[in-house]
Design a protein around this ligand. Sequence first.
Ligand code: HEM
Length: 146
Amino acid sequence: MYKYIILLHILGATIWTGGHLILSILILPKALKNKSVEIIQNFEQPYEKIGIPALILQVLTGLYLAHNLLPDFSLWFSFIPGIPTFVGYKLILLLLTIIFAADARFRIIPRLNENNLSSLAWHIIPVTIISVLFVVAGVSFRTGGF
Ligand code: HEM
């Protein structure tokens, strides 16, 4: 069972982190250069359909994996060196992702136009960095960190 959950977790990671890297490296610079909200929307609208389920999958499989490695919930924020620290990092990264995503969805996106595109960039770039840090923290469980 565990190996199937890890497989789903990694598949979700490829979609979430991969999608955000494409958005930050290829789509966002093009949108900023052309001052085009449409370029972002053309990517985001289809991507969201797979990106949001991927994030939900990450959270569900991640909580399962964390519970398997660390059944005692009281240790999840203990930051004891090793597994508890990486679980704690993952949960902080998740909280940051939720804050950025909610702010973008409810405050930035409804008022988005060609003049305030940079405010969206200030969300896309941190969420992309956080998505890469999720992978770094994930790989750290086995490697002991970097
Ligand atoms: C977008 C979000 C996430 C991404 C991109 C991500 C990515 C990864 C990656 C690449 C691994 C390495 C797997 C391996 O070495 O086999 C991993 C492992 C892990 N992740 Fe995540 N993760 C995310 C969210 C979460 C969340 C929310 C949790 C919950 C605390 C979590 C808990 C874990 C655990 C416990 C492992 C270690 C599994 C093991 O080696 O047995 N992840 N993650």
